[in-house]
Design a protein around this ligand. Structure first.
Ligand code: AHR
Length: 488
């Protein structure tokens, strides 16, 4: 039997749990919007065409922020097409689809209100630029008395939205991106756009595009260059990452190790630029696309054939995927001092925790569960826990800790979340919780005999117990567990 230990002490903290870490993403891609969150005529749709069953699941999942409208889609998007009575039908070149524009900014904002989520808008810096970004911001946030704000009122929205979070384009380092740019080109454009947007609304928070993933040949250099251009004008730098099993289960289970290194590298680069420029302001990170994306396993299409709402990347997730997604959330929380926004991609149908049938039901995928439980129970302040555990050998990332863990403390108790990354060995965990003086513990676990089965159950972890200030439990191989300690 393998053993691991750690200590939970409220004296050692990382940062408050920022609710914005539990974000998601809605892109005009495949069936995320159309027949995902929006399906007029569906039996569960309200009078605005929003699927209430999907809103209920998003609420159950604890989604806090939703990024919109892309993704690659935004780099060819004309936001004006999606407001007012005339909605032109357009080709979307990013995903080779037909965009009807039936759903646009005002529909999204009404949906966000119904779903109780904060909007995070992206502007098009692919085919468009500073002027269109400012027009959109003026339409959304300016009170009244100007062309764009009065047009919003004419469209039935008198009160400005006051949208705070804005992404300056999407994955502009990627050659696949419509209007792809070099770091110099993007850095200058983003800086000028950010400055002009702040003239329209000084209260906004701006996200600069980092690399599309840490394997990009320009990774690191891209971050340094774009930050040198735009450091003073922005608040966040973005990260995106998707992982897949690709025939290597032990390596896949260690994916969060890579996410952790990715975050640390971007923090180091941002702080290097801060030192180089002699600034005191800190740039935080927006991990605004992350998930498992099984490109090799998925047998369907990754782009359309110029039809409306094609079925694209509708991955069916497994028990192993759920454990890895749970580990990503642990990692994001462990970096809560610098990662202050994060969006799981995407909310409905596209590599999503929520799947829907057109005209039919909506259901939870395996990855829904660790997200929902983490969002519900990780509250208050993130504690600095330093697990001591055996190592697992992987061909992808070398030797990695078998145990991944994070803890939070709040007014009613504490939460410990743990992943056993071994495919074969259970792990005996001892957590020293004396400093918390807990009165009781309950524990839940996701662990299935077949890591590739496409459903999971959240079961009680019966063996968890308190024993003289020590929390003891056995974590099954390839499992995700959540312990809730009552302290009042
Ligand atoms: O989420 C799917 C796509 O992945 C997004 O459109 C893009 O930003 C990323 O490459």
């Amino acid at each position: 039997m393998h053993n691991a230990r750690l200590t939970l002490d409220p004296a050692f903290t990382i940062a408050p749990v920022n609710r914005r870490l539990f974000g998601s993403f809605v892109e005009h891609m495949g069936r995320c919007v159309y027949t995902g969150i929006f399906e007029p005529g569906h039996p569960a749709a309200d009078e605005q065409g929003f699927r209430r069953d999907v809103i209920d699941l998003a609420t159950e999942m604890g989604v806090s922020v939703v990024r919109y409208p892309g993704g690659n889609f935004v780099s060819g998007y004309r936001w004006e097409d999606g407001v007012g009575p005339d909605r032109p039908i357009r080709l979307d070149r990013a995903w080779r689809q037909i965009e009807t524009n039936r759903f646009g900014l005002n529909e999204f904002m009404a949906w966000a209100r119904e779903a109780g989520v904060e909007p995070m808008m992206a502007v098009n810096l692919g085919t468009r630029g500073l002027q269109e970004a400012c027009d959109l911001l003026e339409y959304a946030n300016h009170p009244s008395g100007t062309y764009w704000s009065d047009l919003r009122a004419e469209h039935g929205v008198a009160k400005p939205y006051g949208i705070r979070l804005w992404c300056l384009g999407n994955e502009m380092d990627g050659p696949w991106q419509i209007g792809h740019k070099t770091a110099e080109e993007y850095g200058r454009l983003a800086n000028e756009t950010a400055k002009a947007m702040r003239m329209v609304d000084p209260d906004i928070e701006l996200v600069l595009c980092g690399s599309s993933n840490s394997r990009m040949p320009t990774f690191g250099a891209w971050e340094a260059t774009v930050l040198e251009h735009a450091y003073d004008a922005v608040d966040y730098l973005s990260l995106h990452a998707y992982y897949e099993e690709d025939g290597d289960l032990p390596g896949f289970l260690a994916s969060a190790v890579d996410m952790d290194r990715f975050i640390s590298s971007v923090v180091a680069t941002a702080d290097h630029v801060r030192a180089k420029l002699g600034r005191t302001k800190t740039i935080n990170l927006s991990f605004d696309e992350w998930n498992v994306w099984n490109q090799a396993r998925y047998e369907g299409r990754e782009e359309g054939d110029f039809e409306q709402a094609p079925e694209l990347i509708e991955d069916t997730f497994t028990a192993a995927d759920a454990v890895v997604v749970g580990d990503f959330l642990i990692t994001l929380l462990r970096h809560a001092d610098r990662v202050t926004v994060a969006c799981q991609a995407q909310l409905a149908n596209i590599i999503a925790p929520i799947r829907t049938e057109p005209g039919g039901p909506a259901w939870r995928q395996t990855i829904f569960h660790p997200f929902a439980l983490t969002a519900r129970h990780a509250r208050g302040t993130v504690l600095r826990v330093e697990p001591v555990s055996p190592y697992v050998e992987t061909s992808r990332y070398g030797s990695v800790p078998q145990l991944s863990a994070v803890a939070t403390v709040d007014e009613e108790g504490a939460t410990l979340i743990a992943v056993n990354r071994s495919t074969t060995d259970a792990l005996d965990l001892t957590a020293d919780v004396r400093a918390l003086r807990p009165s009781s513990v309950t524990a839940q676990v996701i662990a299935e005999d077949d890591p590739h089965q496409t459903s999971v159950a959240v079961r009680p972890l019966g063996e968890a117990r308190l024993d003289g200030g020590q929390l003891r439990a056995t974590l099954p191989a390839l499992s995700w567990s959540l312990f809730r300690l009552a302290t009042t």
